[in-house]
Design a protein around this ligand. Sequence first.
Ligand code: ZN
Length: 160
Amino acid sequence: MALREIRTQGDPVLEKVCKPVKTMTPRLQGLVDDMLETMYEANGVGLAAPQVGVLRRIVVIDVGEGPYVLVNPEIIEKDGEQTGQEGCLSVPGVYGIVTRPEHVKAKAFDKDMKPYEIEAEGLFARAICHELDHLDGHMYTELVEDGLHRYEDEGEESEE
Ligand code: ZN
């Protein structure tokens, strides 16, 4: 495993639409491992492949419930509403207030390309929405309600 460089806002790779994964090759397995390592190293709760420069529909998420790998993910249900802080490893040092569904259900493939469904609420649901947006070239900064704010207290960051 190896750390990958996290691309930051302004890098054109973050504005592109990612391609689906057809087969899980050893190379993509390595990418998944590197994404997890890179996310943990950066104290993030989620990371999407384009954030490390790879235009594939792969995200990793860990909001404290163990790592989840979502390949070719799709949200199939959403309901409720939550408004709260959101940040992004690709937009370091700032956060914004974003409204997301409180509950989402998604389908995806795991790292062995086995299909599964996942139900999430709260931060986990927020992370799924945030990371899936990256796969279509979108950033949470498009959705913030009151501009971007600087973190005043470092060490309590939760970036995605
Ligand atoms: Zn992000």
